[in-house]
Design a protein around this ligand. Structure first.
Ligand SMILES: Cc1cc2nc3c(=O)[nH]c(=O)nc-3n(C[C@H](O)[C@H](O)[C@H](O)COP(=O)(O)OP(=O)(O)OC[C@H]3O[C@@H](n4cnc5c(N)ncnc54)[C@H](O)[C@@H]3O)c2cc1C
Length: 277
């Protein structure tokens, strides 16, 4: 009688989960790869989808297709909701998956540092859905600005606040500035008539980005953000200020260590950038 194969369950089809699966390609194990999406997302290019430079299909590949030649791997699209360590079972909304070995590679998610209600007005950039939502917002701000008859309203609509000055925030600011000045400027008639440190700041400033560091955001809403010393009226607010680990520790009833962004929160948690075209 053939021995049952060792069951390896891998959670998450991001870079880590896919790499773990591929590494076990020749191992005598039965791999089950579970992800809430049926595609692998190349997150580094999300901001280009958010600014319409790329389409979602350019940065998302079906996981089944990627692994179709790997015979010891089976892919399931399911949302993980818990892990029973004693029974060695992963719980998902689509049922339970028993394992001998478990690899948790569920990545990170947005952290609004306790202000979860801000998610409604300041979308973060982590998934394809976030990128297309931000893209809709940016393009519709340009359309509304073209229609606006009032200068103040036009300026508000063409102000983009990005909360967070890390890599995502800097890339996002640069991409919006580029799309505004290089691409959309040629498509709109009325709205362009007037007008890592220090390298990132200088480059962004040269592109028309107003970089404000040490500017904690106290509150954000559909029409802008409040800083400690002023309010910025804005048509779009984008969250790039922080992430936290997926709830894997909670699933395992284990202690979760605070994310790095949170540890450094007092000095770099919130930064705001505005773009005036
Ligand atoms: C906008 C942006 C730009 C970036 N740019 C760069 C860059 O230029 N260079 C660089 O090195 N890094 C960059 N990164 C970071 C890089 O993308 C991440 O470090 C990397 O994706 C982490 O891989 P991961 O496999 O750990 O997690 P992820 O890629 O986040 O994958 C986690 C997977 O787990 C799945 N998952 C999560 N929770 C569940 C659940 N409950 N049930 C089922 N499935 C679940 C998700 O659907 C996802 O597929 C960027 C990230 C972002 C967001």
């Amino acid at each position: 009688m053939p021995q049952p194969k060792t069951r390896v369950v891998i959670l998450g089809a991001g870079f880590a989960g896919l790499e773990a699966t591929k590494t076990l390609r020749r191992a005598p194990v039965e791999i089950t790869l579970i992800d809430r999406h049926n595609y692998h997302c190349f997150q580094s290019l999300l901001y280009q989808v958010a600014t319409a430079a790329l389409s979602p299909a350019d940065i998302a590949w079906p996981v089944r297709h990627i692994l179709r030649s790997q015979e010891n791997a089976t892919v399931f699209m399911a949302e993980v909701i818990g892990i029973d360590g004693e029974a060695r079972v992963v719980k998902t909304r689509a049922g339970a998956f028993p394992f001998d070995f478990l690899v948790i590679a569920t990545g990170a998610m947005h952290s609004y540092f306790g202000h979860e209600n801000w998610a409604a007005v300041a979308p973060g950039l982590k998934w394809i859905e976030d990128a297309t939502r931000i893209r809709r917002g940016i393009l519709s701000a340009f359309e509304q600005a073209e229609l606006a008859r009032d200068d103040a309203e036009r300026k508000r609509l063409l102000t983009f606040v990005i909360i967070g000055g890390g890599p995502t925030g800097v890339e996002m600011a640069g991409a919006i500035a580029e799309v505004a000045r290089e691409t959309l400027a040629r498509d709109f008639r009325r709205i362009f008539t007037e007008q890592h440190s220090s390298y990132a700041r200088d480059t962004l400033t040269a592109m028309g980005v107003d970089v404000m560091t040490s500017s904690p955001v106290l509150q954000c809403d559909e029409r802008g953000v409040d800083l400690t010393d002023r309010r910025i009226e804005a048509g779009s607010v984008i969250w790039a200020a922080g992430v936290m680990a997926s709830p894997a520790a909670q699933w395992l009833s284990a202690q979760q260590i605070a994310p790095v962004a949170w540890l450094f929160a007092p000095i770099s948690r919130f930064r705001a950038s505005t773009i005036y075209s």
